[in-house]
Design a protein around this ligand. Structure first.
Ligand code: NAD
Length: 498
């Protein structure tokens, strides 16, 4: 059984030494991580190819370039993000110092999933470093080559006491979860998310859960079908459908379905040629277990496109299923593979009813140029995110928070939202000690009286927030007003005496 006591002890000591509170130290670590990506790009691409047979271009877009840009974004903004905030004050605190400090939580645990084995682990790690935490980094054991890269190479770039890498599967993770962390960030299935949440409960550890589920995709008849088909199929087939935000199934009318299938056949031929298996541009299913699970799901409905597979390569041809029923296994569990079922609905209203009868998805996709139809979904459904007329691309907008809702997760990250996830907002009131400040405070002290009560009600009454004024500002304004009044009197006296 793994023993993580020492690792945790060293991280705790490193955190209490105050090292990670130093913003230059955090910046240096992030620069090192960026350098690691620059110096090992080919190794990263090879590890992803070995685990998933991921094409180089996909690895560049969704792993290396994505990660480097995430770190660059943090480095550009860090000095601004770490500043304490001075929120607008109410009348009663006019004389006081009211601030919110950005405190790190302490030692946090980040657990990654296998489908994007580097990005899903190291993007939250970068946010946690930026926020001043120590981080225990736990890659998914299922993407074994990437886990080995992380364990071998990352420690050469990051401070080993502050940011240890620990490896292992479910039993090691269970052991790790017996330790006390100050924050847990987990990416993976909803099933394991519940285990993580239950473990976090022991110490009331705050937790972000980035989970999965079935993300629907509604296609309206008004859409340009060629564009819709390309954007949907790309989102479904990148990483062989093993993407938490892949469009899981399509909701559309029979008429739209017919047009979708005609265009889909054409687009697949254009992208992958006559012999799809020989195309270098399609990833493979991660392992034999998932391959067999997907073959089981392919038995639902009727194959309209694709349907071929080869167990020796864990290859599954991009497959579109029609005539599926609500109760078919493919409509009940997250697919996580290159299979796209179409479920027929009569209208946008029917689609919304169908979506609302199920768990809230991680993302909802709608394809329509019509604002009226878009608004029906925006106002009538709940989902972690919503993407109109495209798939996946909302993930890359670094000013948008990313996360689920309900069974698809809790919490959010990316960009500033990642920094805030790993930051405790420590509120601080600095009371004014001047005689005037004490005079304003004295109404709260006994002996109580009606006069004091009325004064308190007046002071506490909610008004529009004041601009951030301190005693010195108030005195300066008072002095200015006083001088103006006196000058007026003086000038008037002079004029009258003439
Ligand atoms: N929301 C997101 O950002 C996001 C991203 C990627 C994947 N996902 C979801 O993740 C799922 C697929 O990923 P996965 O198969 O790696 O998930 P997983 O839950 O099997 O594994 C994820 C992590 O949990 C650990 N783990 C597995 N079983 C455990 C257990 N019993 N106790 C403690 N730890 C355990 C693994 O070691 C791994 O590090 C899909 O549902 C997908 O939608 C979500």
């Amino acid at each position: 059984m793994a023993n993580f006591d020492d690792t945790l002890q060293r991280a705790r000591l490193a955190f209490s030494s105050g090292k990670t509170r130093n913003v230059s130290f955090r910046r240096k670590q992030l620069e090192n991580l960026l350098r690691c990506y620059e110096e090992h790009e080919n190794e990263i691409i090879s590890a992803l190819e070995a685990d998933l047979r991921r094409p180089k271009q996909e690895s560049l877009i969704v792993e290396t370039e994505f990660m480097k840009n995430d770190i660059r974004h943090i480095l550009f903004q860090l000095d601004e993000w770490v500043q304490s905030e001075k929120p607008p004050k109410s009348f009663v605190n006019m004389m006081d110092d009211v601030q919110i400090y950005n405190d790190p939580f302490g030692v946090v645990l980040v657990i990654g999933a296998w489908n994007y084995p580097l990005q899903l682990l190291l993007v939250p790690v970068a946010s946690a470093i930026a926020a001043g935490n120590c981080v225990v980094i736990k890659p998914s054991e299922i993407a074994a080559n990437c886990a080995k890269f992380i364990a071998d190479v990352i420690p050469k770039y990051l401070d080993n006491d502050c940011y240890p890498v620990v490896c292992g599967g479910p039993s090691e993770t269970a052991e790790l979860l017996n330790q006390r962390f100050d924050y847990i960030f987990y990416t993976g299935s909803t099933r394991v998310g519940k285990i993580i949440h239950a473990a976090a409960n022991k110490y009331l550890t705050p937790t972000t859960l980035e989970l999965g589920g079935k993300s629907p995709c509604y296609i309206d008849k008004s859409v340009d079908m060629r564009t819709a088909v390309k954007r949907i199929l790309w989102g479904k087939l990148i990483n062989c459908g093993q993407t938490c935000i892949a469009p899981d199934y399509i909701l559309c009318s029979k008429e739209v379905q017919e047009k979708f299938i005609v265009e889909a056949k054409d687009v697949l031929k254009e992208w992958y040629g006559e012999n799809i298996q020989s195309s270098p541009d399609l990833s493979r299913v991660i392992n034999a277990n998932n391959f067999q699970r997907l073959l089981g799901l392919m038995k639902s409905g009727r194959v309209a496109v694709g349907g071929n597979y080869d167990a020796s390569e864990r290859f599954i041809e991009p497959t579109i299923l029609v005539d599926v029923k609500e109760t078919d296994p493919i409509m009940e569990e997250e697919i996580f593979g290159p299979i796209l079922p179409i479920f027929n609905v009569e209208s946008a209203y029917d689609a919304i009813k169908f979506i609302n009868a199920r768990e809230s998805p991680l993302v909802l996709y709608i394809f329509t140029p019509t604002a009226e139809v878009q608004n029906l979904f925006i106002n009538g459904t709940q989902s972690g995110g919503l993407c109109v007329n495209d798939t996946i691309m909302h993930y890359a907008v670094d000013v948008l928070p990313f996360g689920g809702v309900g069974m698809s997760g809790m919490g959010r990250y990316h960009g500033k939202y990642g920094f805030e996830t790993f930051t405790h907002k420590k509120s601080c009131l600095g009371k004014d000690l001047s005689p005037l400040g004490e005079k304003l405070s004295s109404a709260r002290y006994p002996p109580y009286s009606d006069r004091k009560g009325s004064l308190l009600s007046f002071l506490l009454r909610k008004r529009r927030p004041l601009p951030n004024l301190h005693l010195s500002h108030v005195l300066a304004i008072g002095l200015g007003v006083g001088l103006t009044v006196l000058t007026n009197y003086y000038l008037q006296g002079k004029l009258l005496s003439k």
